[in-house]
Design a protein around this ligand. Structure first.
Ligand code: FMN
Length: 201
């Protein structure tokens, strides 16, 4: 284990689903041994306000370190800065395209580019529907480069009682990809005997 906190870069972009980034930040703030690095896009500030009512400074207060999206000289813009990976939650089609084409046109795209070149973990919680061919090709390109395309699609088998539970279930799966311990969602133990109405004996 490195003699430093586990550093996770969290970017929030202007796709709907700002709550995923927010919930991640809330979790990482209180997780032992974690240092979160936040980058907000300009469009994310709009969606955060529209969807959660929160102002930029309230979201930034949840992160351990905050970087400006135009600050391409920030620590996370360099591969020599040791991090454990990056989550873009949610990831717009515009940011997906920047990452897929290695544009590094702002700090979010640059930090993702660095994570890919250093062969660290990159998770893109892409959100759009339906997808056009450019979206699909860009997702393929990122996958070919080693990134993980993780659309925040809710599941129902755990019978969520609220939107918060649905969000937590998805965030839990993302944390699993980084081997970060959590108790956000119960783990599947297999079908319970009798729950299908068939005789399990
Ligand atoms: C309320 C709202 C919802 C949006 N939802 C999406 C979305 O789900 N997916 C997407 O790709 N873009 C969405 N957009 C458009 C993006 O915000 C826009 O393409 C922006 O340029 C993305 O920039 P960014 O990637 O730097 O945040 C939405 C915009 C608004 C205002």
């Amino acid at each position: 284990m490195p003699d430093r906190p586990r550093r996770i870069v969290v970017a929030i972009t202007g796709a709907t689903g700002a709550v995923y980034g927010l919930r991640l930040l809330q979790f990482l703030r209180d997780a032992p041994g974690i240092e979160s690095h936040l980058i907000l896009s300009d469009a994310a500030i709009l969606t955060l306000h529209q969807e959660t009512g929160l102002q930029k400074r309230e979201v930034e207060a949840l992160a351990h370190v905050v970087h400006k999206v135009r600050d391409v000289g920030a620590s996370v813009a360099s591969g020599s800065f040791q991090s454990d990976g990056m989550i873009i939650a949610p990831c717009s089609m515009k940011t997906l395209a920047s990452v897929a084409h290695g544009l590094s046109d702002n700090l979010i795209a640059r930090a993702a580019d660095v994570v890919l070149k250093e062969r660290r973990r990159l998770v893109l919680m892409v959100r759009e529907t339906p997808f056009n061919l450019a979206h699909l090709r860009n997702m393929t390109a990122v996958t070919e480069m080693g990134g993980i395309i993780f659309p925040p699609l809710p599941s129902f088998y755990h019978q969520p009682a609220s939107i918060a539970e649905m969000v937590d279930h998805t965030v839990a799966r993302v944390l699993d990809l980084f081997q970060i311990e959590h108790g956000l969602a119960p783990r599947w133990q297999g079908m319970q005997a009798g729950s299908t109405g068939t005789d399990a004996s």
